[in-house]
Design a protein around this ligand. Structure first.
Ligand code: F6R
Length: 551
């Protein structure tokens, strides 16, 4: 198809993630009236009221989107004699919900207005050019000089000037900084997909993350920031996150409870602030996010702060809104993660959380110096063990052809392997579109076992640990009903498991404390290769976005 770019010196565009109305051309951005065009990330919650009001004033709507009210509202003020800047300023307080907006005006070639509330927006400064984008990663191919807008800010931009206003309309100073563009400008190296590259980068990035948190010579944890509280004053930790990041939190719950004898509550971020949990001032909230922009996680962070909790964020993008708004930031050093499915960020999240659980255990007197150095030694082994686990890839590639033909799959595990089973099922369904469910293995008999027949592949994650025997009993129950078992274990587990399996994947032998960091590898590879065999777009699965900035 031939394509000729439209003429002009300014432009706006946006890949819409459908909230109101199907992904059709009339619902696509930009939305425009006679004098103004807009692109919008977020949700305008009061769009129905505004639409009714604007229609009464004669506006004609052509889409089903919430966004279209924004252009009609600005157009209304323009028609009443307002300048573009005044029209935007008058419109913004009337919008409820979350938005990052960029406006372009007819007859004003050298003017772009941006505004944000609840959704991130950054200004990129080029040479005689200026850009607006969600974050430094989006702007990375264009510039590394970035100004982040704060919540409620709006900015009036020309090629030569950039003025930022706060909610009250006064000019506000915002810092401009250089982003680490070289690490953001990612390429696939020799891999077919970013996801494959990112899976294979894990020994390196996990090692890098670990090095940031250790005094290797002393075999001690050394957090890069001083936390503004003592773990002895904490009665409970509330962890919130979404998707894969929330499964990292579920795994960490075992570690905090076991190593620091500290109770952990975990919620998906979209539920946390609505369930009115009794929270104690001075306790600790941990939010986990790769992007640092997930709307639900950000809202959970703000809620926790509002309740007087200390906040720590475990984030991969250090300049993100979540990082900027949390009391303490513990970065994951995974580098830019481009594949929509989180892989390397997940492992780095696990590493940071493991280190934090050890630090908490030490401070609370639950771990001795010797315990700490043993655990740290186990973490130091991780990059090597992860690299060894990657060697099972050819076996997984073969298995993927079998899984790709299945209608559904189950993942089972106990202990820290239970949340990993949930993560395995999430990875498979999002990458290959095969329905999959993860369960704590002991829960199977309470319903899901009814799904098991000869056509059902069942992935059993069972390192030879304290719950191995129990998991194997659950595996027997599956085998007795004809389920096709894929056992992921170690050499000892493989020799002890007496059940016939379709495939047994043998991972390196390791101490049992932090197995999910290694057992995640075959789980990720299985999703990846099944997706590839199924012909799915593994880096950009349908209906998904890398950074989910709507609630
Ligand atoms: C799944 C996946 C998502 C994210 C979730 C949270 O592979 O990537 O489930 O984990 O959307 O995103 P972040 O970590 O950016 O807050």
């Amino acid at each position: 198809m031939s394509y000729s770019p439209p003429a002009g010196q300014s432009g706006i565009g946006h890949t819409r993630w459908a909230t109101h109305g199907k992904p059709t051309e009339s619902n696509a951005h930009p939305h425009a009236t006679d004098n103004v065009a807009v692109v919008h990330n977020g949700i305008i919650e009061n769009f129905r009221e505004l639409r009714a009001e604007l229609e009464r004033n004669g506006a004609e709507f052509y889409s089903e989107t919430d966004t279209e009210v924004v252009v009609h509202l600005v157009e209304f003020y323009l028609k009443n004699g307002y300048s573009p800047q005044d029209a935007v300023q008058a419109s913004l307080p009337r919008l409820r919900g979350a938005f990052a907006l960029a406006f372009l005006f007819k007859g004003h070639d050298d003017l772009l207005i941006g505004a944000c509330k609840g959704s991130p927006l950054a200004i990129g400064h080029g040479n005689g050019e200026v850009y607006l984008g969600s974050d430094a990663l989006a702007l990375a191919p264009l510039t590394d000089t970035i100004t982040y807008l704060e919540d409620g800010d709006w900015a009036v931009l020309t090629r030569a000037t950039c003025v930022i206003y706060g909610t009250d309309g006064s000019v506000v100073p915002r810092e401009t900084s250089k982003s680490d563009v070289s690490s953001l400008l990612a390429d696939k190296a020799n891999y077919r997909h970013f996801m494959a590259k990112e899976i294979h980068e894990q020994p390196t990035v996990v090692g890098k993350t670990l090095a940031h948190y250790l005094d290797v010579a002393a075999k001690r944890v050394a957090l890069p920031v001083a936390l503004p509280f003592d773990f002895n004053s904490i009665e409970r930790i509330s962890i919130t996150a979404c998707g894969t990041a929330s499964y990292a939190g579920h795994i960490a719950k075992y570690w905090f409870e076991r190593l620091a004898r500290l109770s952990v509550e975990i919620d998906v971020a979209s539920e946390f602030r609505y369930r009115e949990a009794p929270l104690r001032r001075g306790d600790l909230a941990i939010v986990i996010s790769q992007s640092g922009e997930t709307a639900d996680t950000l809202a959970a962070l703000r809620y926790a702060k509002g309740q007087g909790l200390h906040t720590i964020s475990v984030v991969n993008v250090p300049t993100s809104t979540i990082a900027r708004e949390s009391e303490s930031v513990l970065p994951t050093l995974a580098g830019a993660e481009i594949g929509v499915a989180s892989t390397k960020a997940f492992l780095c999240q696990l590493m940071v959380l493991a280190v934090l659980a050890i630090a908490a255990g030490r401070e609370r007197g639950k771990l001795s110096e010797i315990d700490e150095s043993k655990l740290v030694q186990e973490l130091i082994e991780m990059p090597r063990l992860i690299a060894a686990a990657l060697l099972v890839e050819p076996q997984i590639e073969k298995l993927a052809r079998y899984i790709a033909a299945a209608r559904a799959a189950l993942y089972l595990g106990r202990g820290t392997s239970a949340p990993l089973a949930l993560e395995g099922a999430l990875k498979l369904k999002e990458i290959s579109y095969i329905h999959s469910e993860g369960y704590a293995a002991g829960e199977l008999k309470h319903g899901p076992i009814a799904l098991v027949d000869e056509a059902m592949p069942v992935v059993v994650i069972a390192p030879y640990d304290g719950v191995f025997e129990k998991t194997i009993s659950n595996m027997q129950e599956v085998a007795a009903r004809g389920g096709k078992i894929i056992l992921i274990t170690d050499a000892k587990g493989a020799s002890e498991a007496t059940v016939d399996t379709l495939v047994t994947i043998v991972l390196p032998t390791m101490v049992a404390s932090f197995t999910p960091m290694v057992y995640a590898i075959p789980v990720q590879l299985l999703a990846y290769h099944t997706g590839v065999v199924s012909g799915a777009d593994v880096d950009q699965p349908r209906n998904l976005a890398k950074s989910v900035t709507v609630e």
